[in-house]
Each structure stands twice: as C-alpha cells, then as structure tokens.
Design a binder for this molecule. Structure first.
Ligand code: HEC
Length: 121
C-alpha cells in the first residue's frame, strides 16, 4: 500500500516536471522555441538561408525548425498573431529555398527579432 503510493507520487512528479519542461513546445513539434532561437535565429542559420548561403542540410533544418515554431505556443501575446508571424516565416523560408523571387526579402522581414520579441517573448 505504502509502496504503491510512493510509485504513484513519483509518476506524478515526472508528469509535472515533464509538463513544465515542454511548456512551449507544441505536441506536433520537434524543436522547442528556445532551441529554435539559439540554433536557428541567434546561431545564424536563418540568416544563411536569407543570404542563399545555407547548405541543403541547413535549409532542411531551418524549414523543420520553422514548422515546429508554428506549432509551438508563444510565451505571451495573441496566438492569432503568433500563427500569422510563424506561418509567414515558414512560407517565406520555403519560397527562398525554392528560389522564388522576392521570397528572401520577405523572409528577412518576417525574421524581425525585435518585432516578434516585443509581442511574444
Ligand atoms: C516569430 C517570432 C520570433 C522571431 C522572428 C524571433 N524570435 Fe527570438 N524568441 C521568440 C520567443 C517566443 C522567445 C521566447 C522563447 C522561450 O524562451 O521559450 C524567443 C527567445 C529568444 C532568445 C532566448 C532563448 C533562450 O535562451 O531562452 C534568443 C537568444 C532569441 N530569441 C534570438 C532571436 C534572434 C537573434 C532573432 C532574429 C534573428 C529572433 N530571436 C527572432 C520569438 C521570436
């Protein structure tokens, strides 16, 4: 009886901790926002895609990250605006990788760090 209770409490603790750690990661996402920011944005992968200097592997990684970002929840601010911003990022990144005209400048505009941080970070 006592042992069963301990096991139940342990499971509960794992669930709570797990829930906190993945708070801003959508259930269909592979990457959480922090990782995307560190690797993709601050790390310069998105900038490489904008400049057309990303390898095929990096291009794929950026698209996968932006797909996750669109599934993630914003830290704050309206979810509708978040959806708009992240979808614009994803569409522009896909266009850039496909070599569509004007897509790179759209991506540059959508990857505006300050504008998004002001509303959602
Ligand atoms: C579409 C919105 C959006 C854009 C665009 C964006 N960010 Fe962020 N960024 C966020 C959000 C939301 C967080 C908070 C995430 C968290 O801490 O869980 C964040 C957090 C960060 C962090 C802190 C990560 C950490 O350690 O927790 C860094 C660094 C960062 N962003 C860099 C950048 C840079 C550099 C750019 C531009 C090149 C950029 N971001 C563009 C939404 C965005």
């Amino acid at each position: 009886m006592k042992k069963g209770l301990l096991v139940a409490m342990g499971l509960l603790a794992v669930m709570v901790l797990g829930g906190v750690a993945m708070a801003d990661k959508g259930k269909d996402s592979k990457y959480d926002t922090e990782e995307i920011m560190k690797k993709g944005f601050k790390g310069g992968l998105v900038a490489k895609v904008i400049k057309g200097e990303a390898s095929e592997e990096d291009q794929k990684l950026v698209i996968a990250m932006l797909e996750s970002l669109a599934h993630n929840k914003p830290h704050k601010g309206s979810e509708e605006d978040w959806k708009k911003r992240t979808t614009a990022l994803l569409e522009a990144a896909k266009g850039t990788v496909e070599g569509k005209e004007g897509a790179a400048s759209k991506l540059k505009e959508a990857a505006n760090c300050k504008a998004c941080h002001k509303d959602h970070k």
